[in-house]
Design a protein around this ligand. Structure first.
Ligand code: SF4
Length: 463
């Protein structure tokens, strides 16, 4: 299956790709359906209701799912928010009790009455379900749509998710020149074609367009933009102090940590810097500010921290940025295709674990690793996240998420280093490791899959 580099790395807002960005996109889709099918019928006495199911109901408040639904219904998409003041916009929208559709007709949507957190029922197809309904003045249902937020900001309708063997949203690889859907095939195709993973990935990205040189420039421009947003996010996070929203009173630490490292260089090391950079991003994410999914919001700090450290501290060349992202995306695509990148489906092994694996592969590639070493780096990083649960305290993407990204970055760097010191031959293949992750996720209790019903989420004592 094909998944684009630009689908895995999407600009949006925090704190969660599955609980914030996905629901915002789903609400926008429902709004667009009303715009295209009901504009001439809707009256001011009609209303929209949204019911959140499963993990979205349990941890939606902490993940700003309510705000995301409101923003989407008002016509905002995650990708269009980077130049807006999110705090001001959200304060204004949450107070409104009505939606305005394209022809200026209005209908009721009051977040207190019309947004329901249904913790009793989880839809069978996926843990992150949303049911949108349109009611007329008499309370008769005029239209209903079910959407699923399947991780990484992707959304499926009920028919789409039912038609898929696994809850994924990708195109068949048949039409692409390098149709690798496993790590073993990726290695074989790289060796037979003489191309790197990044070159094959870019070949696939450009294969379906007529004007390849124009499309190649556009792809480069968009990847550069992704890196610029990530860099700006790190730098903002290193420059801001204060308490994160949500009620846990968690203080931002990245700025203070970074200042300590700079003032005491003899006492600072690579691990400290990786933590500072990753935590800077995840503190921005927890604040609901602009981040890039990598491959999710909760794991958004790992990949930028690794690349930023390489460029800033190891004299990395900016020219390697594109190879880093395309290699990382190839690995992320395999994990998403063969397992999942959603904490609600497989726990945190699918979020920080996947991000660490992708970062390790990207770093190994730009440090000169061959395809077998890159696959080895991805496998090592993923292997040492297997079984990691998702148990965010109070449903907020703060504890353990912020620090965990720092550790994901450290593991990625170590995995790339280990792989580069080896020949590429190794015992456990990436394909087998991804399969183990999938099985572990299937057998993991629902308590540890983004519901905040177990683990650290229950070990927290209010004070
Ligand atoms: S614990 Fe991991 S998967 Fe769960 S919300 Fe935090 S970063 Fe995401």
């Amino acid at each position: 299956m094909f998944i684009s580099t630009l689908d895995l790395f999407k600009v949006g807002i925090g704190p969660s790709s599955s609980h914030t960005m996905g629901p915002m996109s789903a609400a926008y889709m429902f709004r667009e359906y009303l715009n295209s099918h009901f504009l001439d019928q809707i009256k001011p006495t009609w209303q929209v209701c949204c019911t959140l199911k499963g993990s979205l109901a349990h941890t939606g408040k902490g993940h700003a799912t309510d705000l995301a639904i409101v923003m989407g219904l008002h016509g905002y998409l995650p990708t269009e928010l980077s130049h807006l003041d999110i705090d001001v916009l959200s304060a204004s929208l949450m107070k409104r009790g009505r939606l305005i559709l394209d022809n200026a007709c209005t209908l009721k949507f009051n977040v207190v009455e019309n947004l329901i957190f249904d913790k009793e029922e989880t839809l069978s197809q996926h843990p992150n379900g949303m049911v949108f309904k349109l009611f007329d003045a008499e309370g008769m249902e005029q239209h209903s749509e079910v959407y699923f937020s399947i991780g990484g900001g992707f959304v499926n309708t009920a028919s789409e998710i039912s038609a898929l063997e696994a809850p994924i949203n990708m195109q068949s690889l048949e039409a692409y020149p390098y149709p690798f859907d496993s790590a073993n095939k990726m290695i074989a195709m790289s060796i037979s074609s003489g191309l790197s993973i990044s070159e094959m990935k870019q070949g696939n990205e450009l294969s379906l367009v007529k004007n390849k040189s124009l499309a190649a420039k556009e792809l480069d421009r968009k990847v550069t933009e992704v890196w610029q947003v990530m860099t700006a996010c790190i730098q903002r996070g290193l420059d801001v102090e204060g308490v994160l929203p949500g009620g846990l009173k968690i203080k931002r630490r990245a700025k203070n940590l970074y200042q300590m490292l700079q003032s005491q260089p003899e006492l600072s090391n690579m691990n400290d810097y990786l933590c500072a950079y990753a935590m800077a991003v995840n503190e921005e994410n927890a604040a609901g500010h602009v981040v890039v999914t990598a491959p999710t919001n909760g794991a958004a700090g790992v990949i930028p921290a690794v690349l930023y450290y390489f460029l800033q501290h190891e004299n990395g060349d900016d020219a390697c940025v594109h190879d880093f992202f395309h290699t990382a995306a190839a690995i992320g695509g395999l994990i998403k295709h063969r397992s999942s990148i959603s904490g609600a489906e497989v726990g945190c092994q699918g979020e920080v674990g996947a991000a660490s694996s992708m970062a390790a592969a990207g770093l190994c590639a730009i440090k000169g690793g061959n395809v077998k070493q890159v696959e080895n780096a991805a496998e090592i990083a993923l292997e040492h996240h297997l079984g990691m649960t998702c148990d965010p305290v109070n449903g907020l993407v703060q504890v353990p998420c912020i620090e965990r990204n720092g550790f994901g970055a450290i593991k990625a760097y170590t995995a790339a280093s280990l792989a580069l010191r080896g020949s590429g031959e190794h015992f456990m293949s990436l394909d087998n490791c991804i399969e183990a992750m999938k099985q572990t996720g299937l057998e993991m209790s629902i308590k540890y899959k983004e519901t905040s019903l177990g683990g650290l989420a229950l070990s927290h004592t209010e004070c």
